[in-house]
Design a protein around this ligand. Structure first.
Ligand code: MRU
Length: 372
């Protein structure tokens, strides 16, 4: 996607063999690129949200395993890599792409004859994870744009008003984004779109990141306080909701940024379609009931304090709440499948149900054991 007219991915490797990321803590005021060398660098970047969003966390994990192999040595290099991976998967618990990418890397290097071969394989795998993430999002855009086009037709070419929560844009992936990809694709087709951006307390992914992205792509948008969506829906100002997800169960329950569930309830009450866009790497094929999804709890300080980056790059932290008050900071909630109109995946749009999901991904159907 474009930053000041130049194309960037959110993570890439340069010729020096080192990985670069955009430090998302500093946006929208400063566009800073950070270099990651060791697995500890990657863990700090993921846990500290220099990189964030399910797809990008997965891509970062892919490069982190490559760094683990590169930095390993001695007879027990495999053991060293596995120990680094155990630390890595604990960096953030909800986004399933993290453990998915680590497992994919470990499976890929399992057959390597020696460390040098594992270096080559892990690099190829990391690049493949990143490329596939971008390609999946591009396809999600194509499928989702069809839904927006249909609403636009019903409105006789009038603006399609889309509400989104958090940042499921290209900053949350390697490129394009999930929830934003259909918006970008629809705009490219000449469809008029306007995005309501939930500010997304406490980390403000919406007002800091989604708004910045939409601005860069020239998409009409306005930022709203998180509690505004219901009012807009009651007054006919929202035609559809599109959000991303950090983990969706094989039966269609959706974990996403805290507050998503309330938007789904309001959308249902007002008869507004509520779509979730995701690449298949975000499905957790092992669980059906979303209540089994681990929900990350972050420091209460994120709720109690605000951080502002000044023009010169200095970060000012100000406590908003009274000294002595505590806070609870759940990062995600779970929207039950029954509130989801449809899932927009790289293979098409399906119902948020086990049958619906398996109709797009039949290879995930459990094989039937026959006994004679
Ligand atoms: O805590 P974050 O910023 O990593 O949370 C991100 C979200 O909740 C996104 O909506 C989600 O990752 C889906 S898009 C990849």
């Amino acid at each position: 996607m474009l930053v000041n007219g130049r194309h960037y991915r959110t993570i890439w490797m340069e010729e020096d063999g080192l990985v670069r990321i955009i430090d998302q803590r500093r946006l929208p005021h400063r566009f800073e690129i950070e270099t990651l060398r060791t697995v500890d660098d990657f863990i700090e970047a993921i846990a500290g949200m220099h990189v964030r969003g399910a797809g990008l966390i997965g891509a970062a994990a892919g490069y982190a395993v490559h760094a683990a192999v590169m930095n390993s040595g001695g007879k027990d290099w495999r053991g060293a890599v596995e120990r680094e991976c155990e630390k890595l998967v604990r960096a953030r618990p909800t986004a399933t792409n993290l453990s998915w990418a680590v497992k994919r890397q470990l499976d890929a290097i399992a057959g390597a004859e020696n460390r040098e071969e594992a270096v080559r394989i892990s690099l190829e795998t990391a690049e493949a994870i990143a490329d596939e993430d971008a390609e999946c999002c591009r396809r999600i855009g194509e499928h989702g744009a069809g839904i927006i086009a249909e609403i636009s037709r019903r409105k006789k070419g009038g603006t399609v008003n889309i509400l989104t929560h958090c940042n499921a844009g290209w900053l949350a992936f390697v490129d394009y984004g999930s929830a934003t990809a259909p918006i970008y694709a629809a705009a490219e087709r000449g469809i008029k779109v306007k995005v309501w951006v939930d500010e997304t307390r406490p980390w403000l992914q919406g007002s800091r990141l989604t708004a910045w992205e939409l601005l860069q792509q020239g998409i009409e948008h306005e930022i709203i306080a998180d509690n505004t969506g219901g009012h807009l829906m009651q007054n006919g100002m929202v035609d559809m909701v599109i959000v991303g997800t950090d983990r969706t169960t094989r039966c269609g329950d959706v974990a996403n940024k805290i507050g998503t569930y309330l938007k789904a309830l309001a959308a249902r009450d007002n008869g507004i379609p509520f779509y979730v866009a995701l690449p298949s790497s975000t499905f957790d094929w092992d669980i059906c009931d979303g209540r089994g999804i681990p929900i990350e709890e972050r420091s209460g300080d994120e709720v109690l304090c605000m951080e502002v980056t000044a023009g010169d790059g200095t970060v000012v932290r100000q406590r908003m709440a009274p000294e002595g008050s505590g806070a609870r900071n759940y990062g995600f909630d779970v929207t039950p499948a029954r509130l989801v109109t449809g899932l927009i995946c790289e293979r098409g749009v399906c119902e948020a149900s086990e049958e619906g999901i398996l109709s797009l991904f039949p290879e995930k159907r459990p094989s039937i054991q026959t006994s004679i």
